[in-house]
Design a protein around this ligand. Sequence first.
Ligand code: BG6
Length: 501
Amino acid sequence: MNQKPQHAGPGVLVIFGVGGDLAKRLLFPALYNLFQEGLLPEQFAVVGFGRTDVSEEQLREQMRRNLREASGELSADTAAIEWIVSRLSFVRSDFTNPAGYEQLAAKLREIDQARATGGNYLFYLATAPEFFLDVVQHLGQVGLLGQENGQWRRVVVEKPFGHDLESARQLNRDLTRVAEEEQIYRIDHYLGKETVLNILVLRFANGIFEPIWNRRYIDHVQITVAETLGVETRGGYYDHTGALRDMVPNHLLQVLALTAMEPPSAFSATALRGEQVKVLAAVPPLGARDCGMCTVRAQYGAGNEGGSPVPGYREERRVAPDSRTETYVAMKLAVDNWRWVGVPFYLRTGKRLPIRKTEVVIEFRKAPLALFRGASSTLPQANRLVISIQPEESISLEFQAKVPGTEVTVKPVAMRFCNRDFFGYKNRTGYETLLFDAMIGDASLFKRGDMIENSWSIIDPVLKAWAQGAGDLHFYAAGTDGPEAAHELLRRDGHQWRALA
Ligand code: BG6
């Protein structure tokens, strides 16, 4: 991961589901940014594959328009857009139709000839999950996964990767029957976020944090992913998924793994992923009884968002009117290893909360003695290191300071580093690094099969316990900071969530 090449080598990116939202909103704009940064090679092409009812020329025109919008009409770099669009071709086909894959193979041969792309292909599965396996099996059948004569063939698999432990295992088994594990790049877009990666740099490029990054100095950890959006147009998918499956086994546990893992012996895919697998394996699955005590599930009702009334979850499109799907989940996990035993990790995520905010809060133990006690002073407060992932990308250290004056009055203050202030603002999608890494064959930021299975092992017992009725479904009004039960979860331990403000 350390020494990346100056740009990717020759190759073709094939996007399955090219007509979908992900391709339009994120993948093509990410290619545009990569081109602008000089990271794409001259010998590069994109093939869209999908059912969308357009001609190749119409698809190009759509992408041209889409890239102009995404890059801000006025400042759009026309040369960059044309560079990408002129390299775009299209195979119109169902994902299950073998003829489409024959056509794709022929198209790729043509492109290899015309653009010297060397038979190197990155297949990106931006499709609904039910097609993941079909696509990969068909690719295998037409020989597009064979890596002969130094050619590379890789498959990027989007989430959701399975819907429980068994289905994730099955998908891993099925995929590795057709492709080698090293060819499979399971994506979690949280690993493309700057500040998520900055957790690693903060921890392992500095000497001051690691000595106190353990149970002796850390009281507890909070990981929050709060969203203001509701389920928007995704009611059909979401109502069968819920907040727990949608967010926890992937994004929240990913952040937990980076926060809690041991230092890797090298900054390499093997070492980084090995440590993450170990730390996830140290999270004891909650027993059926603990699920009632250590998890909270809730659903939003009607309320207010940004000053406007919004409907409750059950009134959303394609959601059952008596749905019991959770749109909010909070849980308390442990990490049973020498570093962390006894330190609770509190996780929460929800839709229709008052603000959008993703952060990790490391709360340190309090000073052992209330030295500055008295009418004008406060009792010791905990120091906190707050790693803010989005929308603001910052790291701040909260501590106590003396208020100037004759009295010794103590007040909490903060030292703050903000990415934007130091490094300026770059309009990025979060997919640039991930796409580039997949092209150059660096799998450090992608999940290995065992990481996914370890995450599902943590979630599976909760899914089962909930299905059997453990833990009530709570309700919260849209625009409020979640159900009272989530506050109670921390209060019982003498803690408090950092305010969603
Ligand atoms: C996706 C979930 O994986 O992550 C969505 O399916 C969620 O429900 C999204 O809104 C959150 O991503 P981000 O980058 O906006 O935090």
